[in-house]
Structure formats: C-alpha cells, structure tokens
Write a protein that binds this ligand. Structure first.
Ligand code: NDP
Length: 292
C-alpha cells in the first residue's frame, strides 16, 4: 500500500510546538516574534504565497508584516529598505519574496539580509553553513522547502541513510540545498537537470526522487522504481479544456502513486511544509534575540 505523505498531520503536530515556542518567546521579549515580508511588484502568485504566510503566522502567534514596493523600484531602494529592517530591533526575520523584477539582482538583495534575520536561508552565509554541517547532523536552518521535506520524511519514518536519492532540479532554493540535506543525512545523491542526458536512467535507480522542476508530468511511471519514495515539489497551474483551474506537481501522480512506496500529493504535500519551516525559523531567530 502506498503511503500518501500528507502534510496535514505533520502540520497539526507542528502547530502545537510552534504555538508553544512563539508564546514562550513572546513572554520573554514582551512582543510576538516578528516576520517582515518584502513584496516587490504585483505578481499574483507571489501575492497568494505572501497571504498564506501571513495567515499561518497569525495562527501560531507570529506577527507578520508585508512591505509592498512598486514594480519599478530601484535596486538601491530595495537594498536601503532591507538595511533599515536589519537595523530594526523589532524585526526578527526578513524575507524578500522572489521573483524580483528584472532591474533588481536577487543575489544582491538576498545577501543584504543580516545573517541573524535570514529566515529563508538563502544568503551565502546560510548556504556555506548548510554545506559544512557535521556529518549526519540534522539541518536546523536552511531553505524552507528542503527543510520541510526533511521534516515530512522524518515524520513518516523514512530513513534516507544509505538510500539512492535523485533530485531533479538544481535551483539554489530547492534542488541544491535538498542535495546538501540528503547527503548530510547519509543518502547517496544525484542532481539531475535540463542538461541531464538520460533522466530516466537516473531516476530508475532512485530509492527517493525529489522532483523540483516546474514541468508538469515530467516524472512518469516508467521512470520510477517500484516502492520508491516520491517527493513532488512542483507547483504547476493550468486550465483544462473545460476551463477548470488545476494545481499539479511534476509527477504523473495517477500513474506513479500505485507503484510508489510513498508519495506526496499536490496540493497538500510539500507546499504547506514550506511556510511552517519559515515560521519555525522566525521563532528561532526571535528566541536567539530573547536569549541575548
Ligand atoms: P527553477 O526554475 O529555479 O529550477 C527548475 C529546475 O528544473 C532547473 O534546475 C532546471 O534545469 C530543471 N529542469 C527543467 N526542466 C527539466 C527537464 N525537462 N528535465 C530535468 N530537469 C529540468 O525552479 P525552482 O527550483 O524554484 O522550483 C521548482 C518547482 O518547485 C516549481 O514548480 C516551483 O513552483 C516549485 N516550488 C514549490 C515550492 C513549495 O513550497 N512547494 C517552493 C519552491 C518552488 P536547469 O538548471 O538546467 O535549467
């Protein structure tokens, strides 16, 4: 029987711990943990993500604020805004919602965020820390999507040590940090991407496949070893011939699920884990301030 790796029970248990941790920090600091989201422009998907983050923050006792900047804002203005937030003692965590408009270099903005307030784990310092963790230790900070995937695997008791993991996608926010986390926990890791010549040959050997490409139905049943664990990060929106809107992952779920050992649904799998890891890291940042 395929195990469906739903986020819901993981999030129920996280709600208890996040709420308790946030309340503890609130009692010590005399204010709630505070997350500031910088949203540039009017990308509708970004607006939805930001709204979801805000709603979930309120549920667990984190104060969340969104600073909206016009799409034509200059890079210097965004840098100045982040610097101002860095210096603000009432702000524990800062994220800049990606993607950013073309005139702005995302790397410059991300690396302006103070290390102590980098709750997305995208800065060079956070990246370096992730790749230099002690062998077999648990990553407690890092990019939220792979952190959420590790939390999901741990909750469902899927041990990655000694397994062949194939990650499809090499982005800095999902594929590469996912590789670091799985490698660190003892998996043998392959990272595939659009220039991989024989993707199927790679995925067929995998005990764990993490699909993070944004390509609907890229992972088909013939690419999957029976019993493998399938983590579907993709979030692809499309409208069918009847005009109905759908959200789907990178995996051909209907045909892969019956042969998989375990599989994340889309929606309801990886996506909801990401925002919870963001809040976990915000509360942890506030706790560090409280302990100073
Ligand atoms: P990017 O576009 O930055 O990276 C996509 C990666 O997929 C690239 O490395 C690309 O290769 C690779 N790729 C594209 N086509 C193929 C192909 N045909 N075969 C093999 N590899 C391919 O995306 P992100 O990493 O930011 O996001 C990936 C997906 O995950 C998206 O659908 C996104 O919406 C979703 N996502 C979901 C999150 C969640 O919380 N659930 C959070 C973040 C992202 P190359 O490098 O060679 O171009």
């Amino acid at each position: 029987m395929t195990v469906i790796l739903k986020a819901k029970p993981v999030i129920e248990s996280l709600t208890t711990s996040l709420t308790a941790d946030a309340a503890h920090v609130t009692a010590t600091l005399g204010r709630k943990p505070h997350l500031t989201v910088v949203l540039v422009g009017d990308d509708p998907a970004s607006a939805i993500y930001v709204r979801n983050k805000q709603r979930r923050a309120e549920e667990v006792g984190v104060q969340s604020e969104t600073i909206r900047l016009n799409a034509d804002v200059s890079q210097a203005e965004v840098v100045a805004k982040v610097q101002q937030l860095n210096a603000d003692p009432a702000v524990d965590g800062i994220i800049v919602q990606l993607p950013l408009p073309n005139q702005i270099d995302a790397d410059v903005i991300i690396n302006t965020i103070a290390d102590a307030k980098d709750v997305d784990g995208f800065t060079l310092a956070a990246t370096g820390r992730l790749w230099t963790l002690p062998k077999n230790s648990q990553a407690t900070v890092g990019p939220c999507t792979p952190l959420g995937i590790m939390a999901l695997l741990d909750y469902y008791g899927i041990d990655v040590a000694g397994k062949n993991a194939v990650i499809v996608g090499r982005s800095n926010i999902v594929g590469k940090p996912m590789a670091a986390m799985l490698l660190n926990r003892g998996a043998t890791v392959t990272i595939a991407h659009s220039q991989t010549t024989d993707l199927k040959a790679a995925t067929q050997t995998a005990d764990i496949i993490v699909a993070a490409t944004g390509r609907r139905n890229l992972i088909t049943a013939d690419m999957v070893k029976p019993g493998a664990t399938i983590i579907d990060v993709g979030m692809n929106r499309y409208v069918d011939a009847a005009g109905k809107k759908h959200l789907t992952g990178d995996v051909d779920y209907a045909n892969v699920a019956p042969i998989a050992g375990a599989i994340t649904p889309v929606p309801g799998g990886v996506g909801p884990m990401t925002v919870n890891m963001l809040l976990k890291q915000t509360i942890a940042a506030a706790a560090r301030t409280a302990a100073e």
